[in-house]
Design a protein around this ligand. Sequence first.
Ligand SMILES: Nc1ncnc2c1ncn2[C@@H]1O[C@H](COP(=O)(O)OP(=O)(O)O)[C@@H](O)[C@H]1O
Ligand SMILES: [Mg+2]
Length: 376
Amino acid sequence: MTRLRLTDFRNYAFLDLRVDPRPVCLVGPNGAGKTNLVEAVSFLGPGRGLRAAGADAVRRKTDEGPAPLWAVHAEAETREGPVTLATGADPAEPARRRTRLEGAAATQTELARILPLLWLTPREDRLWAGARADRMRFFDRLVLAGDPAHAQTAIRYDKALRERQRLLDRMEDGQRPDPAWLDALEREIAASGVAMAAARLDALVRLQAEIDDRPETAFPKADLALEGLVEADLADGLPALEAEDRFLSALESARRRDAAAGRALTGPHRTELTARHRGKDQPASDCSTGEQKALVLGLALAQGAALAKVKGSAPVLIFDEACAHLDAARREGLADAILAMGAQAWLTGVESALFSAFGARAQTVAVENGTARLES
Ligand SMILES: Nc1ncnc2c1ncn2[C@@H]1O[C@H](COP(=O)(O)OP(=O)(O)O)[C@@H](O)[C@H]1O
Ligand SMILES: [Mg+2]
């Protein structure tokens, strides 16, 4: 990106920040607005940004009340030339977010295609020992950075799954749902579920190949696996249409069980991502906090490098507070990996010494009290 403009976003009344293609190190005290600034960048991609916040939560709030609208504008240099991207509250319906490309309405998927993003926040420090759903959300973002359609597939899947459950709940209440509608929903779940699982497997294979190919760095290598019914079928070489049929009959025969459970108990929404620390030959969840964090960083860096190879340019990387608990060797390793893939990473930290490994190969932005100024 070359320019970022914020209007009434979190603690920024207005910001106009011009940067060059080098990584951007945001330095400032706690509460200055560093995470807010990278959150604004993350809103240029699909979804709810790196804090999983609603469009309404991010508008600036003051003692006089909340601002009516908010906006994020960016200018970026892509392989196809310069582009402008924007997102913000829809004036017609301010609680909704709209996205624009070159000033015209565009989908979030189109933005993701133009400007792939990847982010890591302190939330991911607990990824391996935490909840399955958070782990999958993290992995789905890695998938999405290489395959923007993945977000739409997941939305279609979730929507059909929720609608099916509504019908099954009615069945539990003794009503008879429309069988044709239930069939149609299950076909949609099977089709989008298999597409979702296939995209994940594809990403996993590429990512693992990149990890295997990489020289040893400051970040440990992981051996990854996806554990799920549909993923297992596809990994066994079952053609997608057959995997779809098998998933469809699993759904049909699980209607009573899912009705009683109040949720669907099989399908790619239940898939688990596991990782082993290769050097220690240990599950990631058994590793120390520091090792777990290094594994996650290693994955993000490997995915960034893999995408840089296939797409010809690296995604924009966001590393919020990533350096805070890294020793000097790992901070150097992080800088080396970012520079090697040629990514414009946006990093945050409370002091510039955290980024000294970049030297003049990054720029520093001083963040204070809702303002940000390029220093060097
Ligand atoms: N919607 C909002 N409107 C105004 N200020 C906000 C809003 N949301 C968060 N803030 C303020 O932003 C500040 C935190 O910014 P943050 O980017 O998290 O800081 P840090 O630099 O530590 O990462 C807090 O003071 C918080 O009150
Ligand atoms: Mg922060």
